[in-house]
Design a protein around this ligand. Sequence first.
Ligand code: 6OG
Length: 159
Amino acid sequence: KVHSATRKLLTLVIIHHEGKVLLGMKKRGFGKGYYNGFGGKVEKGESIEEAAARELEEESGLTATDMEKRGILTFHFDNDPVLWEVHVYYVTDFLGDPCETEEMAPAWFPVADIPYDRMWSDDSIWYPLLLTGQQFKGDFFFTNTTTLTGHTIEVVDSV
Ligand code: 6OG
């Protein structure tokens, strides 16, 4: 590409507790109708990790007590020159109980029953790495926002 694309920074927190993963059914906005982890845009004046903790609290009602940075996913959309850089965090311990918010309806899924057919199509590629303790970097190419046409993924020592 001749032009340099700008980037939008986002966060995504996956909670993995007692063999289950907590996902939220997105009720509005981008990704409506899909199950996803909890996250959103990094705001001015906050670190990426602060944004991850804030979005988790806003969307699920939970406070993470351990948060590990585990992945960076870059999404390329053919109708948008802006790259979406999503920083993925892994949480196993937290305070509070999941509650439904205006944004998300939370539900626990056993790891063997993660509903990949109701999630973004990149998820089945990187969740197995996340759930087996690995760190990763990936690039995902979408057309029409939702059709995945290609990707690269690599396991790294440190994101
Ligand atoms: P808000 O617009 O709600 O933030 N996100 C994606 N997550 C997955 N698994 N796959 C994608 O493929 C995604 N694109 C964006 C980042 C959007 C939330 O959705 C995540 C944020 O957590 C395209 O503020």
